[in-house]
Design a protein around this ligand. Structure first.
Ligand SMILES: Nc1ncnc2c1ncn2[C@@H]1O[C@H](COP(=O)(O)OP(=O)(O)OP(=O)(O)O)[C@@H](O)[C@H]1O
Ligand SMILES: [Mg+2]
Length: 368
């Protein structure tokens, strides 16, 4: 595609650029051969004008997001925005809970991204894609209907009016077959790039090529604090912004007795009253809730057959069963009790990660 002037690229829909460029090129060619070009010029002006109007209409519908100031990323908002504005590819790294996944799409909106095409956010897993779409919709209360949509295998929950599209990385990769330059998008966020799945690696390679073809495209790659230098090198020195700080302590616990019938949560409430500071009890409960919910996610993912590698994490009694009776599974893992406890913890306003995990689990178990 011949290059278009930056002001045209900025004012029109990404999807229209190839058509506009092709018409402009044919006008040049005709003019070079001394043939009349008035009609073509009028067509071109009309094409640009209609595209401009459609972009402006999309722009007018973009909501103005609010940012929770308590998230570490909030303090870096302006710098992140400036980097995205000034570079085709930006790498954002930060510890878990710093707000990368939930806030970057909103930062993109403040930059008027989403006006010239979709803002695509990839997630490594289907459940994460659905849950992020859910969360973004909650965080954008002023957005028009269906503004946030998601697409995962077997389920396309996007509408023509969708602007923020959350999907698995596999879906975006698949879309490259029908939309080779991903013209439907004006911004692409590859989240959790440190997971380095085959899909992510392919996507990163694709993005590197794409920004050379599409100067107006913005790509944001997010990663845990590892590997950022390598990502930067791969993208020819793309800027890295580190969003440090976490909002709560992360504790990883491994419990071989996990599937025992006694729930480790049973005594937590009592403990809080008896001999432990409330804070500590909440922390203990939270990490157990999180761990359990995470395991449920892993088990369910295993059932769906997506990540057979996780099989070693599943207790033998479950791993050896071809099919898991969901009712029995719910009883044995006492998910209902856990959800109730997590809800109670949330009511105290101290466990936003629990809400997230509960949302994910409910979606996963088809309870929502
Ligand atoms: N569905 C949800 N419900 C409630 N709170 C949520 C939800 N999703 C995220 N949060 C909260 O928003 C904050 C930011 O989360 P976010 O997922 O954006 O962080 P992150 O930097 O992407 O973390 P990670 O590295 O774990 O992916 C966290 O405190 C999290 O608990
Ligand atoms: Mg994240």
């Amino acid at each position: 595609m011949a290059s278009l002037p930056p002001e045209i690229l900025a004012a029109t829909l990404a999807a229209d650029h190839p058509k506009i460029a092709a018409l402009a090129a044919s006008i040049d060619a005709r003019a070079g051969h001394g043939r009349p070009v008035e009609r073509e010029r009028a067509l071109l002006a009309d094409l640009i004008e209609r595209s401009r109007e459609r972009r402006a209409a999309r722009l007018a519908r973009l909501p103005r997001p609010d940012f929770p100031e308590e998230l570490p990323i909030a303090q870096h908002r302006e710098r992140i925005a400036a980097l995205i504005r000034g570079h085709p590819i930006t790498i954002v790294s930060g510890e878990t809970g710093s707000g990368k996944t939930t806030q970057i799409p909103k930062i993109c909106l403040t930059l008027e991204r989403g006006a010239a095409g979709l803002i695509g956010c990839t997630q490594p897993r289907r459940i994460a894609a659905r849950s992020l779409a859910h969360r973004l919709a909650q965080e954008l209360p002023g957005a028009p209907r269906a503004f946030v949509g998601h697409k995962i295998r077997f389920q396309d929950a996007t509408r023509p009016e969708t602007v923020l599209k959350v999907m698995t990385d596999g879906i975006l990769l698949a879309e490259t077959h029908s939309d080779r330059e991903l013209r439907a998008y004006d911004t692409i966020i590859v989240d959790e790039a440190h997971e380095r799945s085959l899909n992510v690696d392919f996507l990163l390679g694709y993005m590197k090529r794409l920004v050379k073809i599409r100067p107006e495209l913005k790509v944001i790659v997010t990663s845990a604090t590892i590997d950022t230098e390598r990502f930067s090198q791969f993208f020819d020195g793309a800027p890295v912004i580190e969003v440090s700080g976490r909002t709560y302590p992360v504790e990883v616990r491994y419990r071989p007795e996990f599937f025992e019938r006694e729930s480790p949560l049973d005594g937590v409430a009592g403990k809080a009253e008896d001999d432990e500071p409330v804070e500590m009890a909440i922390n203990a409960a939270r990490s157990q809730v999180l761990f359990r919910l995470k395991t449920v996610e892993v088990v369910a993912t295993l059932i769906q057959g997506t990540f057979p590698n996780y099989s070693q994490l599943i207790p033998q009694s479950y791993a050896s069963r071809a099919e898991i009776d969901m009712k029995q599974f719910l009883q044995e893992t006492r998910i209902a009790a856990i959800l109730a406890r997590a809800k109670a913890l949330d009511a105290e306003g101290k466990t936003p990660k629990c809400t997230q995990a509960v949302t994910e689990t409910k979606l996963l178990l088809g309870l929502e």
